[in-house]
Write a protein that binds this ligand. Sequence first.
Ligand code: AMP
Ligand code: FE
Ligand code: FE
Ligand code: ZN
Length: 292
Amino acid sequence: MTPRTSPAGRIDLHTHSTASDGTLSPAELVRAAADAGLDVVAITDHDSTAGWAPALDALPTGLRLVRGAELSCRWFGAEPAVPLHLLAYLFDPDAPELVAELTRVRAAREERGERIVNLLRADGIDVSWPEILAGAAGGTVGRPHIALALIRAGLVTSTSEAFGPDWLGERYRLPKEDIDVFRAVRLVRSAGGVPVFAHPRATRRGRVVPDELIAELAAVGLAGLEADHEDHSPAERAHVRGLAAELGLLVTGSSDFHGTHKTVRLGAFTTDPEAYERIVAEAGGVTEVASG
Ligand code: AMP
Ligand code: FE
Ligand code: FE
Ligand code: ZN
């Protein structure tokens, strides 16, 4: 590991690889990040750290890698409970309680995926669970993998159509067994990680949580809010920035790149160096890594 130098410029703190529902392998992801002119990239696969080692091994010279994950969480303060995503940076990947939660969530995702496929098959839709599971190639399974099967079967033409109300967005949507968000914040902090609420106001993705919950999470260790994200309208971005300022939270911006599962490009949104420095300063699980 080389010593840290000056704060980096172009920083994208939220991307996915084939370790979850992205389409580039971790090695391809870091190469693509360098090609896109990024100085810092975070690998944040859903509920998994499996991409960390291969991303690190392939890290191009001059690129810094922030090892992270996007945890599937739920807030049980509303009925029904609201699903949400918590980005976690630079945590110890061997922290036993956190590892146990991630393992449990990944297993539950497989059960849920198979149940979704059974619902589809019961309606005469010819998709195969073994084929979908094989398509995930050992990575965390998600609805995008099922979406691909629907595309292959000629039932929809795009991932976004597969997430429409007639398909995985509503009719064939089943809940996941997520982590209680308060527990997740505590587990990430006790593993030396830095928790940041992903796309907290993305009303176009579904229900969002009230600002009061975000204040409560800030009180138990939430570090920041992702403001600049393609699923936030300009008004939603401004609201998130205001709330972060009020609560003393840092603000990030990121692409949430998923390869060809989405249209967004690496570096489409970025994080200010000051916020990134704060994340690095607060972290104690693993270090951010620079190559070369
Ligand atoms: P899951 O984690 O199985 O609940 O699936 C959610 C994932 O599907 C998200 O992480 C996104 O990668 C993807 N996704 C959600 N909504 C859409 C959409 N409208 N179009 C394309 N991908 C989506
Ligand atoms: Fe995803
Ligand atoms: Fe997310
Ligand atoms: Zn994401």
